[in-house]
Design a protein around this ligand. Structure first.
Ligand SMILES: Nc1nc(=O)c2c([nH]1)NC[C@@H]1CN(c3ccc(C(=O)N[C@@H](CCC(=O)O)C(=O)O)cc3)C=[N+]21
Length: 297
């Protein structure tokens, strides 16, 4: 038996298209474009690639993206001053400060300076709190939101399913668990101290791997027929010297023989993250303008 391969690229294209339609509606209604401000500090090549894809997705969706590239030695005070300007700028609906920040900066302090209603990453404590209490005003982190979208498209109703989330980060594991709980899953959060992780994982109807360890989840960790969501993006040495390739947190070839459905890396969760950033930005724009976000977005 071989699992269904969940096509995150195709699903992401649909989400981007619907965000684009909503952005066009917004422009027609308000006379201005939806605006996303992106902030990149320093010259991390991976971050530059990500920011470029985010900005390309924006322009494809007829949204305005306003980019701020700051030198690596920028002081935290200067970055906080930029965030304050973006908070006050009425043309800015969403603010994304690309992580990681240089080591001399406190990411938590920077994120907490962002207006929660412009926090399209959903990283602000206010949005974490809103998600935890089920407040619909929450802006939800893009990666778990993308995972949830794929799961619902694959499985429909998630109610009563046992979801095991491996990883407890603030940007993926914890919000993923909150979203699954809100869908009435029975949720287990596993992490590096969990005992007998393979046996626990085998209990999962839904297995989400978000640990950042290449191919940690083996085939025999997967219950036959389970849905496997691989959040990992790990760059490892490729077959040829000097070349790298991307692998997930799941050993795909093994897991695919057990799972009912599974996301590949690349082409699974990654593209959904960017699509959900557009979605969150359009939603933030509508709310800020006192408009109801379009149905089904
Ligand atoms: N403030 C902030 N918000 C983020 O959302 C954020 C961030 N900082 N820092 C870095 C991580 C990483 N991230 C990804 C986005 C898209 C892909 C993606 O599209 N991946 C492609 C492959 C891309 C490739 O080939 O490298 C795929 O999985 O198919 C991956 C990772 C967003 N992040």
């Amino acid at each position: 038996m071989s699992a269904r391969r969940i096509d995150g690229k195709a699903a992401a294209a649909e989400v981007r298209a619907s965000a684009g339609r909503a952005a066009a509606f917004f422009r027609a209604t308000t006379g201005r474009a939806v605006g996303l401000a992106t902030v990149l500090v320093g010259e991390d090549p991976a971050s530059e690639v990500y920011i470029r894809s985010k900005r390309a997705a924006c322009s494809e969706a007829a949204m305005e993206s306003l980019h701020h590239a700051l030198p690596a030695e920028t002081s935290e005070a200067d970055l906080l001053a930029l965030v304050a300007r973006l908070n006050a700028d009425p043309a800015v609906d969403g603010i994304l400060v690309q992580l990681p920040l240089p080591p001399h900066m406190d990411a938590a302090r920077v994120i907490d300076a962002i207006d929660p209603d412009k926090d399209v990453d959903g990283f602000h404590v206010v949005n974490a709190g809103r998600l935890a209490v089920g407040d619909p005003a929450a802006l939800v982190p893009c990666t778990p939101l993308g995972c949830l979208h794929l799961l619902k498209a694959e499985l429909g109703d998630l109610s009563g399913k046992h979801a095991v989330v491996i990883g407890r980060s603030n940007i993926v594991g914890k919000p993923m668990a909150m979203l699954l709980l809100a869908e009435s899953c029975t949720v287990t959060i596993a992490h590096s101290r969990t005992r007998d992780l393979p046996a626990l994982a085998r209990e999962a109807d839904i297995l989400v791997a978000a640990v950042g360890r290449p191919e940690m989840v083996r085939g025999d960790w997967v219950k036959p027929g389970a849905t496997v969501i691989d959040v990992g993006i790990n760059r490892v040495a490729g077959a040829e010297p000097g070349k790298t390739r991307l692998v997930g947190d799941v050993a795909y070839a093994e897991a695919e023989r057990q799972a009912g459905a599974i996301t590949p890396v690349p082409g699974g969760v990654g593209p959904m993250t960017i699509a959900m950033l557009l979605r969150n930005t359009v939603v933030a724009a509508h709310r800020r303008q006192g408009l109801a976000p379009p149905e089904g977005l």
